[in-house]
Ligand binder design. Structure first.
Ligand code: GDP
Ligand code: IMO
Ligand code: MG
Length: 432
């Protein structure tokens, strides 16, 4: 590890970031969640137990890594407290290892109500959000009316929450006039609940940027944990079918509050095939029995959303999108995951170009052109072997190595890690 490494996704999310973070956390003193909220679901298999991490940094599961929820995150306290209790039940000393930035924005029930109501308004142009209130809470942040962790302890908290609740009720009346939200968003109940959450979370809240600054001075290793993947980034993703925060590595510096020049490694996670949750263009998407079989066999027990349980849309590996995804992250290393899943296929199509209006391109286009793109496939031979348990690159079947090397050439970024199983140690290092 260098001083600060980032682990981030290359595609539409769910690439296996949690698994890679969990592996790298063995060498990390601190792990920081920098962006997003409980829309994230990172699955980790540690000591035989499966965890779906939503807000707590996945690195904390190492048992010795301090987990920081950074200022770039939007935090639902109820979800966090459930996660804390679950980890405590599994023997984790969360009180010792968790810190929350005092600048982290808080998600309130009106944010998720607005999220769902806005999706209704969008009708045919639904984004397919997780409904967790992520978009509306980032709206408040950038509109400058958000309530941060520090505000929960300020004398005017009650007044501000009242003001926001009334405002949001008025907005909901516009977006969804048929529904009466006054009972669901009862101010007194909400204030009492959030006062209780605030008291429970107070011991974890601090100036995490100052903590990280000291950690760097002391020579500690920091792992920044990204959410989602490049193509769901608000600026560089498939706008508007994106999330409402940056999913790119440079934002890690902001979302944690560390100097950007300390980031030396950007480990970009690419899955050996593609998946997506929610709406939006997906050029190499497959359907029918072919997709069902890959979904059934995919991940660890099937490709279903770790947060919403939705069946993930499935597709073949897309070199055009992944090359772009790596470029936008500034990838220094690619971790190539879930490769073991493809062992059942005789042949594996790989998308190597997009045909748009009769022309073939290898450059990832803007959204209105992407929607017209048709995949150009190169079909590679499969290896028809179970590769789980293999520890050395040279021991992988020849066609499997050819698959990796073909993709590496197409995306133009070095694949230095290969994940061949969901477990902590199912990783093959490749010296490049
Ligand atoms: P994240 O959001 O990027 O952390 O990814 P998710 O956890 O949502 O989805 C990845 C899925 O793939 C999870 O079910 C993981 O347990 C699983 N997984 C990760 N790496 C591997 C691997 O190399 N092989 C297999 N079979 N499953 C993996
Ligand atoms: P991880 O971190 C997959 C998708 C939603 C929707 C879009 C916007 O586990 O990779 P939002 O609720 O953020 O406003 O929804 O982003 N989405 C995810 N898809 N994995 C996730 O997280 C996701 N978080 C959000 O489905 O298309
Ligand atoms: Mg996920």
């Amino acid at each position: 590890m260098s001083k600060v490494d980032v682990v981030i996704g290359c595609f539409y999310g769910d690439e296996g970031k949690g698994k890679v973070i969990d592996y790298l956390a063995a060498d990390a003193d601190v792990a920081v969640r920098c962006t997003g909220g409980d829309n994230a679901g990172h699955t980790i298999k540690a000591n035989g137990v499966k965890y779906a991490m939503h807000l707590i940094p996945s690195g904390l599961l190492s048992g010795h890594t301090i987990g920081v929820i950074g200022n770039g995150v939007v935090l639902n306290p109820q979800v966090l407290l459930e996660e804390i209790n679950n980890l405590k039940e599994h023997g984790y000393d969360v009180d010792k290892y968790l810190k929350i930035s005092d600048k982290t924005h808080v998600i309130f029930p009106y944010h998720s109500k607005l999220d769902v109501a806005l999706e209704k308004v969008r009708q045919a142009k639904k984004i397919g959000t997780t409904g967790k209130g992520i978009g509306p809470s980032y709206c408040d942040k950038y509109e400058r009316s958000g309530i941060r962790m520090e505000d929960l302890y300020a004398p005017d908290f009650k007044e501000r929450l009242k003001e926001q609740t009334e405002l949001k009720l008025a907005l909901l009346k516009v977006y969804d006039p048929e529904t009466d939200y006054t009972k669901e968003l009862d101010f007194d109940k909400m204030f009492a609940e959030y006062s209780d959450y605030a008291a429970q979370l107070e011991p974890y809240v601090c100036d995490t940027s100052a903590f990280l600054h000291q950690a760097l001075k002391d020579g500690k290793k920091i792992l920044l944990e990204g959410q989602l993947g490049s193509l769901k980034d608000t600026d560089h993703g498939i706008y508007p079918m994106v999330t409402s925060s940056s999913t790119l590595a440079p934002y890690g510096a902001i979302g944690a509050g560390v100097p950007p020049y300390e980031i030396k490694k950007v480990i970009t996670v690419c899955k050996a095939y593609s998946s997506a949750v929610g709406a939006g263009a997906f050029v190499s998407e497959i359907f029918g029995e072919e997709a069902d079989e890959l979904r059934r066999r995919g991940g660890d027990g099937g490709e279903f959303g770790a947060t919403t349980g939705r069946p993930r849309r499935m597709g073949w590996f897309d070199c055009v999108a992944s090359k772009y995804g790596c470029r936008m992250q500034g990838a220094t290393d690619v971790a190539f995951t879930v490769l073991d899943v493809l062992g059942y296929l005789d042949e594996i199509p790989v998308c190597v170009g997009y045909e748009i209006d009769g022309e073939v391109t290898k450059e990832f286009p803007v959204t209105h052109l992407l929607e017209k793109a048709k995949p150009v496939y190169k079909v590679l031979p499969g290896w028809k072997e179970d590769i789980r348990g293999i520890k050395k690159y040279e021991d992988l079947p020849e066609n499997c190595r050819k698959y990796i090397e073909f993709i590496e050439k197409e995306i133009e970024y070095p694949i230095t890690m290969i994940s061949n199983g969901p477990g902590r140690d199912d990783i093959i290092y490749r010296n490049k």
